[in-house]
Write a protein that binds this ligand. Sequence first.
Ligand code: K1U
Ligand code: ZN
Length: 168
Amino acid sequence: MALLNILCYPDPRLHKVAKPVTEFDEKLRALVADMLETMYESQGVGLAATQIDVHQRLVVMDTSEERNQPVVLINPEITWASEERIKGEEGCLSVPGIYDGVERAVSVKVKAADEHGQVRELEAEGLMAVCVQHELDHLMGKVFVEYLSPLKRNRIKTKMLKAQKDSA
Ligand code: K1U
Ligand code: ZN
């Protein structure tokens, strides 16, 4: 297994739109294992393939307290979202150190395949629902800071670019 490099905002590759996965093979399962290892190592609750510069519709998540319930979503689609919405604090492994409020549906149903191509539908609420919506945004090339005001977004962009320059 291997740790993967996570792209940092405002890297333009974070805005690429992912394409559907077509091959459910050993290469895909190795990528899933590497993404899970990278997510756990980074203390994340989710990771989208876009964030590691792989532009395929693939997400890994684990929102359990024990960090022992990995979820793999391949070619995920939200089939239902509650009308009830809630504003909660979000972070992003691609925007380290930045947290801000984003409004999301309280519950969603998502249809997705696992790494063996087995399709199922799961219902998510709470942190898992937020995480599903955050990660599916990544697959569409959208980063959570795009929900914030242009002023906040520009401040974050400047801060990130400075941090990247200072650590180079
Ligand atoms: O996609 C990512 O960058 C992962 C991101 C996803 C996320 C979903 C929902 C709310 C916040 C963040 C993270 O995992 S950021 C890690 C984090 O700090 C966190 C950990 C536990 C709960 C909430 C956030
Ligand atoms: Zn993110």
